[in-house]
Design a protein around this ligand. Structure first.
Ligand SMILES: [Zn+2]
Length: 201
C-alpha cells in the first residue's frame, strides 16, 4: 500500500470512528436528559458535531497510472467562529487560556472523553478536539494498547491512554451526568481477541 493511500485511509478511518464515538456519547447525554427531564445542566451543553467527509477514488485501465484516492472534508465556515484547538492528543485535559466560551467547550470535550471511556470499558476515546464553535475536525483516537499498534495513525499516543485516569479531572458536567467520580479502572488484560481479529482484516 502506498504511503499516500495509507494516510488517506487512516485519516478517513479516524474521522469515521470519531463520528461514531461522538454520536455514541451524544446519545448517552440525550438519553440521560430524557430520563431526567427536570435536571438542569451546570452550563448550556455545547452542540458539537464532527466535520462531514467523503472518500472517493479514481480508477483507470492503465497499468502505469496508479489509483487516485481523495479525502474530501466539509469546509468549516468562518461563521462557525475562530478555528481553535480545545484538547490535544497528548493529555486528556482542556488546553489552557482558552477564551469564553471555548474553555467550556474544552471541558465538555473532556466530559465526552469520560463518557467514551466508560462506554467502551476503557478501550478508546476521541481526543485532539479542534474546530469551530460547532464543527470538530482533525481528531485522533486513543486506544487501549492491547488493541495493537498502528490503529488510527501516529496521533494514537499510548501514554494518553495509560494516563487517562489520572489526567482526567471530572468537571461539573461529569457530575451532572452521574458519571463515576473518576474514570473506572477496567481490567488491564482484556479479552479482546475478537476485536483485534476484526480490525486486522
Ligand atoms: Zn469525568
Amino acid at each position: 500500500m502506498e504511503a499516500e493511500e495509507r494516510l488517506t485511509n487512516s485519516e478517513a478511518l479516524t474521522l469515521l470512528w470519531s463520528t461514531a464515538m461522538l454520536k455514541m456519547a451524544t446519545d448517552f447525554v440525550e438519553n440521560f436528559l430524557a430520563e431526567h427531564p427536570n435536571a438542569t445542566p451546570p452550563n448550556p451543553i455545547p452542540q458539537l458535531r464532527m466535520v462531514r467527509f467523503a472518500t472517493f477514488m479514481v480508477t483507470t485501465t492503465s497499468k502505469t497510472r496508479p489509483v487516485e484516492r481523495y479525502l474530501l472534508e466539509e469546509v468549516i465556515p468562518e461563521s462557525d467562529g475562530l478555528f481553535t484547538k480545545l484538547v490535544h492528543n497528548g493529555q486528556a485535559i482542556p488546553l489552557c487560556n482558552l477564551p469564553y466560551p471555548r474553555h467550556l467547550q474544552a471541558q465538555w470535550c473532556c466530559t465526552l472523553q469520560h463518557i467514551q471511556w466508560e462506554l467502551t470499558h476503557g478501550l478508546a476515546f476521541v481526543t485532539d478536539y479542534q474546530g469551530g464553535n460547532t464543527i470538530i475536525t482533525d481528531t485522533q483516537i486513543i486506544t487501549h494498547p492491547n488493541l495493537g499498534n498502528g490503529l488510527f495513525g501516529e496521533g494514537n499516543v499510548p501514554d494518553a491512554h495509560k494516563n487517562f485516569r489520572t489526567d482526567h479531572r471530572c468537571n461539573a458536567w461529569c457530575q451532572f451526568l452521574d458519571l463515576p467520580r473518576e474514570p473506572t479502572a477496567f481490567p488491564g488484560k482484556l479479552n479482546i481477541t475478537t476485536v483485534v481479529s476484526h480490525t486486522q482484516t
